[in-house]
Design a protein around this ligand. Structure first.
Ligand code: DHB
Ligand code: MG
Length: 246
């Protein structure tokens, strides 16, 4: 849904994707017929690349739906790795479990049925990667709990942060989304970009994907100090050619 990038470019990107497998394609087809809010293969590929890049072994997902994004995520896990995925709808969770089994990933996926806020109070971290794709009005209320569950250097990835472009004032004259959802995402975007423990980049792929890394004293602060020193010396450097000939 809600793509931001022009059609021709989206089609081109979809055509480049060589990662999808027949099970994923079948779930995507069924999802489209049933109008389910699934991510697209391009976002799935991004999730799998990021999970692989950080060597994720423990992944948490909020909003399983029928397991489509979960298959992309769990596909990056090594044997013994784990995807914990939360879904409020019992029937969707049942279908998701079937789909994880079809994809050969049942051994590393745990689908938990229940209210995300209540379940997250019981879940123990740390996680290497968290994918947030639940009810948009829960994004802000769940944020601090998710940051707490993430290891330093771990990624919080959020779907739908551009919400068909409606988060951007002036993008459309006729908003079609529920204004309360749009406001919730606008507030969430402001929070993750200003959060003292997160460094965030937003990618305008499909409906908008925010990628935030959790900062931590042991792993990231030294790197940030190095970067800050490098920036200072760059700023102080004298690049004036004439000065060197003096
Ligand atoms: C909706 C939710 C999603 O997570 C998504 O990717 C697309 C649409 C929705 O609630 O409409
Ligand atoms: Mg989504």
């Amino acid at each position: 849904m809600g793509q931001i990038v022009p059609d021709a470019i989206e089609r081109y990107l979809a055509g480049l994707n060589r990662l999808a497998d027949p099970v994923l394609q079948d779930i995507a087809r069924t999802g489209e017929q049933q109008d389910l809010p699934l991510i697209d293969a391009e976002v799935g590929a991004l999730l799998r690349v990021l999970a692989t890049a950080i060597g994720a072994t423990r992944i948490l997902e909020i909003g399983t739906a029928v397991g489509y994004s979960g298959i992309w995520l769990a596909g990056a896990l090594p044997p013994g790795g784990m995807l914990l995925t939360l879904e409020i709808d019992q029937e969707r969770a049942r279908v998701a479990r079937e789909n994880f089994a079809r994809a050969g990933l049942a051994d590393r996926v745990n689908v938990i049925v229940g209210d995300a806020q209540r379940m997250l109070a019981k879940v123990s971290g740390p996680f290497d990667l968290i994918f947030q794709d639940t009810d948009k009005r829960l994004y802000v209320p769940l944020l601090d709990r998710l940051v707490a569950l993430l290891r330093p250097g771990g990624l919080l990835i959020t779907d739908n942060v551009l919400w068909s472009g409606e988060v951007a004032p002036g993008f459309t004259e006729k908003p079609a989304r529920d204004p309360a959802d749009t406001r919730a995402i606008v507030e969430y975007n402001e929070r993750i970009n200003a959060h003292p423990e997160l460094m965030t980049a937003t990618v305008p792929l499909r409906d908008g994907v925010a990628i935030a890394v959790k900062l931590g004293p042991s792993e990231l602060r030294p790197m940030l100090d190095t970067l800050a020193r490098a920036t200072r010396s760059l700023r102080d450097a004298d690049f004036d050619d004439d000065a060197r000939h003096d």
